[in-house]
Design a protein around this ligand. Structure first.
Ligand code: FCB
Length: 434
């Protein structure tokens, strides 16, 4: 890691941390069940057999967690609102208290309305879910809109579609393969309808958090390149194109349910910012006879691509390659592909899983990614903020509690929070950036 000081980001750059409701809140008895509760009840679905019933118990300890945010000195806190909790008596009261606490700490609340914990009674395969989402968005905005300046509709519809509905390794555990495409469309429609509902409620700063992975062809062979282009289309462009251009990439619109032309006008509602979640690039090659797996994306044989482990980089505890330049590549690529249609970008998630309190690996990871991002900003890409995933160690979906992404360590037996070396490092970095 270089010892040169971190270059300065532009004035007004928004520094933050991210979390999500299902991963930290606990208090499962005080909300409806979500698809994730049903999924974790199925044996063998979560690596360590755990559930998020208690998680970090943030529901009861939110004051302590907001104090950690304040101590860190961040400008903004991205958290998510749990739709199953909002459906339950007193659920919105919790977010009311949380938002008050965050605002009192001088931190900007940036809620995400859907971070994968769909009420178990709903189903993204059904178009009506998009309309229910817009109603829910309006309810939340009605209650919190007087204090919340910035909203995120959905978290990573691409991962939710791929992992949850196509491959079945996340909730709701469906293995629909290409039949999962309506799930993508309905989430995008939900996003557009929610943007309209939020605007009608007076919101002025609205975005989405999309995952982006630079796709590397496994070799220059035409079959590998063709497979990589297709994977790029499915993971990146399938979501960015309709949002930013009002069109699905060629060859995809025909696969969507019914006539989607009118929906595309809703999906392409102008955004105030475009959130990017970046973790690592993906290496993709021609189909193989056997299933392939890279970084927890198990691709069955028979699909028109296979995934490979990226060679030549260190890997995190999760086995994900550490490629800081990929972050610059993503934002520069978005600017080059979408030009003026791309609103200002916020990096809504970036981070890594490593064990231990003296997490020098995490510091090196974040430092290198921020330097790469700064290069892109200096090159003219309009990036306005950066949120570390995550404030706390938490329930890392199908990996359970074994993967630790937090700047703050959580002892899941006692629920004691302990800031890690990376927390102190990030606080000093923020001070130096002021
Ligand atoms: C992202 C998710 C987030 C967290 C990180 C590690 O895909 O949005 O909830 O699990 O990965």
């Amino acid at each position: 890691m270089t010892t040169d000081p971190m270059p300065r980001f532009p004035a007004g750059f928004l520094w933050g941390v991210s979390t999500s409701a299902h991963q930290i809140e606990g208090a499962a008895e005080k909300r409806e069940r979500s698809v994730w509760d049903a999924f974790t009840d199925r044996p063998g679905r979560v690596a360590d057999g755990s559930t998020a019933a208690v998680a970090c118990d943030h529901y009861h300890r939110y004051r302590e967690d907001v104090a950690l945010l304040a101590g860190l000195g961040v400008d903004a806190y991205r958290f998510s609102v749990s739709w199953p909790r909002v459906n339950s008596p007193g659920g919105l009261d919790f977010y009311d208290r949380l938002v008050d606490e965050v605002c009192t700490a001088g931190v900007r609340p940036v809620p995400t309305l859907f971070h994968w914990d769909l009420p178990v009674t709903l189903d993204w395969r059904i178009r009506d879910t998009a309309f229910r989402f817009a109603e829910y968005a309006a309810r939340v905005a009605d209650r919190l809109g007087d204090r919340v300046p910035s909203w995120i509709t959905l978290n990573e519809p691409a991962e939710h579609t791929l992992l949850g509905h196509a491959l079945g390794v996340h909730a709701p555990g469906e293995e629909l393969l290409f039949d999962a495409l309506p799930v993508a469309h309905h989430q995008l429609l939900a996003h557009g309808l929610a943007v309209r509902a939020l605007r009608a409620a007076g919101a002025r700063d609205i975005g989405i958090a999309n995952s982006h992975t630079p796709v590397r062809a496994a070799s220059d062979a035409p079959a590998d390149r063709e497979a990589a282009d297709f994977y790029d289309l499915l993971l990146n462009r399938l979501f960015a194109d309709p949002l930013l251009t009002g069109r699905y990439p060629r060859g995809v619109a025909e696969l969507m349910p019914g006539d989607v032309a009118a929906d595309l006008a809703v999906i392409a509602e102008p955004l105030d910012f475009y959130g990017v979640n970046y973790y690592a690039p993906t290496s993709v090659g021609a189909p193989t006879d056997a299933p392939s797996d890279a970084g927890g994306v198990p691709v069955p044989a028979g699909l028109p691509f296979s995934v490979r482990q990226i060679e030549g980089y260190p890997v995190t505890d999760f086995g994900w390659p550490v490629v800081p330049g990929g972050l610059a590549e993503v934002v520069t690529g978005l600017r080059d592909s979408y030009g003026d249609r791309l609103p200002p970008v916020l990096i809504t998630e970036n981070g890594c899983s490593y064990p231990g309190l003296d997490d020098q690996d995490r510091i090196a990871f974040l430092d290198a990614h921020l330097r790469a991002l700064h290069g892109a900003v200096a090159g003219g890409v309009d990036v306005r903020g950066y949120f570390v995933w995550s404030l706390l160690d938490n329930f890392e979906w199908a990996a359970g509690y074994a993967r630790r992404f937090g700047l703050v360590h959580v002892d899941f037996a006692t629920l004691t929070r302990t800031p890690k070396a990376s927390y102190h490092w990030f606080r000093e970095l923020l001070k130096a950036q002021r």
